[in-house]
Write a new protein. Structure first.
Length: 130
């Protein structure tokens, strides 16, 4: 018995909901830290507002399965930027437990790429064209 579509749904919901919680946190507490990191790497401060696309809009699209592949790519891009801006000096570093310091953003990056490759599955919002 194959449950590929159920597995795709679980993967989409997991990544979407967990990333969305980060976005909600930024909506509630602001993005001052993201703006500081953006400026520190030589990008304009307004670039930081893209975090709302990558951590709020894209996860919502991913959760419902609407343009899930594009949403997953946006999330992957957001996580690649997070690794670059917040953890570029930690890429090969381990924490006190022996895990990579970039473990969480790397996990989100790789699972978002998996969703991009797999697609949303049948349990998703589809456009009906007549």
């Amino acid at each position: 018995m194959k449950n590929e579509d159920a597995a795709k749904l679980i993967l989409r919901l997991t990544v979407g909901i967990l990333i969305l919680t980060h976005g909600i946190g930024k909506m509630m507490h602001g993005i001052d830290g993201v703006q500081a990191m953006t400026v520190a790497v030589g990008l304009p401060q307004w670039f930081a507002y893209g975090v709302y696309i990558g951590e709020v809009i894209a996860p919502i699209l991913l959760i419902v399965g609407y343009y899930a592949r594009i949403a997953a790519l946006i999330i992957a891009f957001t996580m690649a930027n997070a690794i670059y801006m917040a953890h570029s000096s930690d890429i090969f570093s381990l924490n006190s437990h022996g895990s990579p310091i970039i473990e969480l953003p790397l996990f989100y990056l790789m699972t978002a790429l998996a969703i991009f490759l797999l697609g949303s599955g049948k349990y998703s919002v589809k456009l009906v064209r007549s």
